[in-house]
Design a protein around this ligand. Structure first.
Ligand SMILES: Nc1nc2c(ncn2[C@@H]2O[C@H](COP(=O)(O)OP(=O)(O)O)[C@@H](O)[C@H]2O)c(=O)[nH]1
Ligand SMILES: [Mg+2]
Length: 315
């Protein structure tokens, strides 16, 4: 129990036979349950966890019949926590990249501030830039920016962190079977949380690298699959939140921006072709190009601004 609240820590695990013992052995005493979800690891991960469970009765091992991805593993852990009446469910990776010393800060934010979902944020840690590998830092920053636009949580960054706390209400309201199953899971969940009007906040956590972890992420591939999750999620959020459940003219601003961007692309193509083939461009085409560009940009900025205002109560 942590301040009279029960805490389960969900640990997604894939090929972590060498790392997992470090995670369970450093787990603070106030954690009531450690739900390790193995996903058909080809190595001895499941055996190692079963062995560890003999010494630590808090450990629960869930084994998937087939590999469902990190998001699928987190969904199983959350469902376990929900069905067992836990007050808070934490997610920590099975490779030792989360510092347990940060956990009280994350839990305090849920208890004291009434926030429903608290995320660790490695980018807020002083000196993070020198600890996080540069490619990671860069990829994460881009995805964080895109996730702001898609999720409506403009005050949240480090979208890819796997260190999070969800309260009881989140566990009960979110449909875990529909959550995205692979590496875009944190992005997809943020969008669903926003649609359900949950409060979300970041707490600085220490970035941990070089503890023997082997990342399963291929940055180049993941940027595309996650972008796909973000575009679909953004459309879903706009539709449900601002058209179906409620109404806000910002959807028209976004729509105008998209139409104007298409016109801009078409006009600039035309201008380039005419310029290179005939050496000159009709004034109207040049004007239409500039006009569509400025309207596209302005309406996108207005839409973002309105979205930001509409989501202020969810901080
Ligand atoms: N259950 C399960 N866990 C996974 C899967 N892929 C990754 N993980 C775990 O998810 C955590 C984070 O994955 P990792 O590849 O380290 O991502 P990174 O730390 O962001 O580079 C680690 O504990 C992995 O063992 C999977 O397919 N299934
Ligand atoms: Mg890792």
């Amino acid at each position: 129990m942590y301040r009279d609240k029960s805490v389960a820590v969900v640990v997604p695990c894939f090929k972590e036979e060498h790392q997992i013992a470090k995670v369970t052995s450093t787990m603070p005493d106030f954690v009531d349950r450690i739900v390790v979800v193995d996903d058909q690891s080809p190595d001895r991960t499941a055996e190692v966890v079963a062995e560890l469970a003999k010494a630590d009765p808090r450990i629960v091992l869930i084994r998937h019949e087939q590999n469902e991805g990190v998001g699928g593993a987190i969904a199983s852990g959350y469902k376990w926590a929900r069905d067992n009446g836990m007050d808070m469910a934490v997610v920590m990776a099975g490779d030792g990249q989360m510092d347990p010393a940060d956990l009280p800060n994350l839990l305090d934010c849920v208890i004291d501030k009434g926030v429903n979902y608290v995320k660790g944020n490695r980018l807020l840690w002083r000196g993070a830039y020198s600890v996080i590998p540069k490619r990671r830092f860069f990829g994460n920053s881009i995805l964080s920016l895109l996730t702001k636009i898609a999720s409506g949580y403009w005050h949240v960054s480090d979208s890819q962190t796997g260190y999070t706390v969800a309260d009881r209400e989140v566990l009960q309201v979110i449909d875990w079977d529909r959550m995205y199953k692979r590496y875009g899971q944190p992005n997809d969940l943020l969008i669903s949380l926003n649609i359900a009007n949950f409060r979300v906040r970041d707490v600085p956590v220490r970035p941990v690298y070089g503890v023997g972890e082997i990342s399963g992420i291929k940055i180049r591939r993941v940027i595309f699959t996650i972008s796909n999750v973000l575009v679909k999620g953004w459309l879903r959020r706009m539709w449900i939140k601002y058209v179906v459940q409620d109404f806000h003219p910002l959807v028209f601003f976004y729509l105008l921006s998209i139409v104007m961007t298409l016109i801009f692309v078409w006009m600039s193509g035309r201008v380039v072709v005419l310029w290179s083939s005939e050496g000159e461009v009709p004034g109207m085409s040049a004007l239409a190009m500039m006009f569509s560009f400025s309207v596209a940009l302005q309406s996108a900025f207005f839409a973002m601004w309105f979205d930001m205002e509409a989501n202020k109560p969810l901080r």
